[in-house]
Design a protein around this ligand. Sequence first.
Ligand code: TYM
Length: 339
Amino acid sequence: MVQFDKDKKIIFSGIQPSGEFTIGNYYGAIKNWVATQEEYNCIYSLVDLHAITVLQDPATLRKRTFEEAAILIAAGIDPEKALLFVQSHVSAHAELGWILNCYSYMGELSRMTQFKDKTAKASSNDSIRVGLFDYPVLMAADILLYQTDVVPVGIDQKQHLELARDIAQRFNQQYSPTFVVPEGYFGTSGAKINSLANPEKKMSKSDENENAFILMKDTPDRIRNKFKRAVTDSETEIRYDRENKPGISNLLEIYSCAKRVSIEEAAKEFENENYGNFKLAVAEAVIEDLKPIQDKFAELVKEKEYVNKVLKESADYASYLANKTLDKVKRKVGFYSTK
Ligand code: TYM
């Protein structure tokens, strides 16, 4: 059972159970979540309210939420040290999300690049869900509910985090200090792992091309095959140069994350190697890094009661913490209370 230490700072982060986790999620976020458990009071959530901003198959979403809780524990989230819960189990998220909607502006949400990207192909506004537009406000609620000091995320979430900071400051100014204004934490490498098929684009679990991403649960053979097909460039030299050699640079970044070495060390190791051997070495490094997680995951999915207990106890404690902030907010905005 987690007991938070009041002298430690608070970390909150979330991940959507909207697709299987990729090594982008792992190296960009989960790895940092694990690393920060000793130093901080950590709160991690499977954000299913966010996942339904695009249509989900109910049975798949249910199954995936459980399995992804198991994979997070397998990856090193320690239920004795960190809270791990499902967002919809703590109703304060939806409640604060609504309240903060009333302190957010259409203009600032319209400027969110992720929303623009996700709706670029839509034929009209009639096919765009309001939840997708409003999603960053819910994310702000997630963070602000816990008086979070630090939010470990990949670079793609930076703009959303800025919005959470703006909303917190606006609310604090309108009333009186209510929310801690959170800082982002982006790690030293892995903050942006790109697609293997188009290395100028983020690796995403929702990519239509399966060769674009490596899943944390991919078998060794699939991993080898996907890396073999990874897009590189016409030169032969292996060096880190994001602008001119995005494919090779992305592979160097992945290798450095998998082996826990710097990008400079990785580049030095392969400076005289050819692309084919380099790709194989990256594949083997990732396979080796994921193996203990995959083994542990295979055990944990059979222990449904244990995983459920972790999720339940964490949600109870998270509710207690979240409601402290929510009660304060309700008082400040002027809601009547019978207490
Ligand atoms: P999501 O589910 O898309 O991704 C979860 C985390 O993984 C990071 N990530 C990546 N990092 C590096 N390279 C990549 N290719 C890559 N792909 C994903 C993301 O940056 C993220 O840290 N809106 C969030 C979930 C969320 C949240 C929150 C996060 C909801 N509420 C509150 C922090 C705090 C999202 O969609 O993440």
